[in-house]
Structure formats: structure tokens, C-alpha cells
Design a protein around this ligand. Structure first.
Ligand SMILES: [Mg+2]
Length: 137
């Protein structure tokens, strides 16, 4: 892992976006990076990430029983997911950082800390009558 980060003081979404665009351009892969293709690649990588946890049951935070090789593999698959997400957002003209910050604000309004504290259940009164199937989205 050392060497990859030399010269990089901090990793930002914008840095990753630039590096992914450069990577694709150098290989003339821009022609393949349509929103649909990138979405399908992202889903494939989520599958690869899921395989790492498949059949393990619940694992404790920090993964104390995992070996270095397994953790490195996990980091690679998490990165694949992030990089395709960053690339998909870029190709779609979405500023992912700003969109994510906005979504956190919207979630905070939807799930105020007081009524939602220590509960994984939906706070029905904050959904404006809309059905909600996800935990934070
Ligand atoms: Mg992968």
C-alpha cells in the first residue's frame, strides 16, 4: 500500500474523480463509461464486497479476528465500490460530495435525534405520510 499514497496529503472525492477520469482517458475507456455500464459495474462490485461477508454471520466491529490479507481484500472491494460510485456520479454530472452532505441534512430533518434516539424504527410522524422502506434513505 505504501507508495500509492506518496505525494497525496489528503484523499478527497474530487481527487478520486480526477484520477478516475484520467485513468479512463488514458485507456480510451470513456466510450464504455455510460451511466448504465457504470451502474452495472458498481452493482457487480457490491456483489464482490458482499461475498467477503457471506456465510460469516455477524462479525464484530473492527474485524479483530480477520487476517491482514482478508482486510486488504476488503479494502480493495470497498474501494472498487467507491470508485465506481464516484465515476458514475461524475458521468451523470452529480457533485457527489455536495449531494451526500445535502442527504445527511435531509436525513437529520427526517429523523430528529430526540424521537429517533436508540430506535431503529421509523418515526412515522416525520415522513409526511409517505411510505418509507429504508433505514436512512
Ligand atoms: Mg472488485
Amino acid at each position: 500500500m505504501k507508495g500509492v499514497l506518496e505525494g497525496e496529503e489528503s484523499v478527497t472525492l474530487d481527487l478520486l474523480r480526477h484520477k478516475m477520469a484520467e485513468f479512463a482517458k488514458e485507456r480510451d475507456w470513456e466510450q464504455f463509461h455510460s451511466p448504465r455500464n457504470l451502474l452495472l459495474a458498481l452493482v457487480g462490485e457490491v456483489g464482490e464486497l458482499s461475498e467477503i461477508f457471506q456465510w460469516k454471520g455477524e462479525v464484530p466491529k473492527g474485524l479483530p479476528d480477520w487476517g491482514e490479507e482478508e482486510k486488504e481484500h476488503l479494502g480493495e472491494e470497498l474501494s472498487d465500490v467507491l470508485l465506481y460510485l464516484v465515476r458514475l456520479s461524475d458521468i451523470c454530472g452529480i457533485d457527489l460530495g455536495k449531494a451526500a452532505l445535502r442527504k445527511i441534512e435531509l436525513n437529520a430533518l427526517k429523523y430528529p435525534a430526540g424521537p429517533c434516539k436508540c430506535s431503529s424504527k421509523k418515526h412515522k410522524n416525520n415522513n409526511n405520510g409517505k411510505k418509507n422502506n429504508d433505514s436512512e434513505g
